[in-house]
Design a protein around this ligand. Sequence first.
Ligand code: HEC
Ligand code: HEC
Length: 396
Amino acid sequence: MRSIGGALRLVAALLVLGSAAAAAAQALLDFSAEERAAIARHGPWPQPWAGDPSNRVSMRPAAIELGRLLFFDPRLSANGAVACATCHRPDRGWADGLPVSTGLARGDRNAPGLANVRLQRWFGWDGAQDSLWAQSLRPLLDAREMGATRRGVAAHLRGEPELSCRYRAAFGAPPGDDDEEVFVDAGKALAAFQSTIASVPAAFDVFRDALAAGDATAADYPLAAQRGLRLFIGRGQCSLCHFGPAFTNGEFADIGVPFFTGPGSVDSGRHGGIRRLQSSPYSLLGRFSDARDPAVRQATELVAFTHRNFGEFRVPGLRELLRTAPFMHDGSLPDLHAVVRRYSTLDEDRLHADGERILRRLDLSDAEIDDVVAFLGTLTAADSPQPAPPSDEACR
Ligand code: HEC
Ligand code: HEC
């Protein structure tokens, strides 16, 4: 009899232990009110979006369809083999998985993923473009990417029945005689399509909403991610630059990624980007912007050329990182551990000029590095970012 009682007690004890283990796996750190507010600022997700005022076809379904055809069309390139989708692959978070992209020739920058690109103010690692449509024109003309000409793109749109039909549906008239206007419109259709590529909510978003609502399911968010998040918004100061729902403040910073691209050549980042922005015929200050409200031009008007911009690159958003390795403007870091280790062992003397006063060498332990990596992983949703579903209506 005693032995049965003993066995029952043992089973009871095991049950208690088991539920304690379950409780440990499902727990919530004691986030302070300040931490909770900082976490809430990284949402909600998705973010509302009301179209691009500088692009009159920005939300038109017909323009989205035209943009989709152009995005996947290699015939736009000089050798007929390079499409936007060559370097922005839907199955790789709309990036290409390579350190630096190769189109007609090898470039020197990493292709960013395109999910949520509609939320940006500046485009390219150096912000040389101030609209998504202007950014979409750049690779067409770049000799290392697609090597096309304005005339060639316009002729393609006029000559292909399906494209010219879609063009008419999107812009209200068939492509006209002015090559540059048709070329710019192609950029606007491409922008309309890319604006539909958005991330769906990820594990972090579910946690953020549950925490804000005081919902017990917040404890389902893995503890390692909770600890990593605490470092991200706290001691790591990551949130100061990787701010808000898209995890970027949209601005430029120098975090000491080397900017030498080869013997005697440098990538000056934002420094060169400002020069290119100011000389571009396609900036919001030029005649191709459809915006009537002068406020749309303001950010571009206020850009000033200063030496401190040398070596600064755009703060990237951090959603979809599990799909878009390698990282940094030059693709020099292969994975997230390498990125977090770099912040941990940062050489403060490498930050040039007046440097980034925010950044400090963090000296994280290996376990802390794992935690930050675990947190960053929860910003990637299970389902990959999709564009608007294609229309099945034929154009005639
Ligand atoms: C040869 C590879 C390649 C091709 C082809 C290519 N891109 Fe890119 N894309 C890149 C690289 C590299 C960058 C970063 C460029 C920079 O920083 O100047 C980029 C940047 C972008 C960005 C800015 C993203 C951001 O976060 O700022 C957009 C938008 C974009 N490309 C759209 C397109 C479109 C549209 C096409 C087709 C017309 C296209 N790309 C063709 C490699 C490519
Ligand atoms: C001073 C602003 C700043 C702070 C603070 C900062 N970052 Fe960054 N981060 C950047 C910039 C700028 C880049 C791109 C640099 C480049 O490509 O040269 C970047 C790149 C990254 C990338 C690579 C993303 C990609 O798509 O290539 C990750 C991941 C990242 N940061 C995470 C973090 C984490 C984690 C922290 C905190 C430990 C942090 N950052 C702190 C500005 C900052």
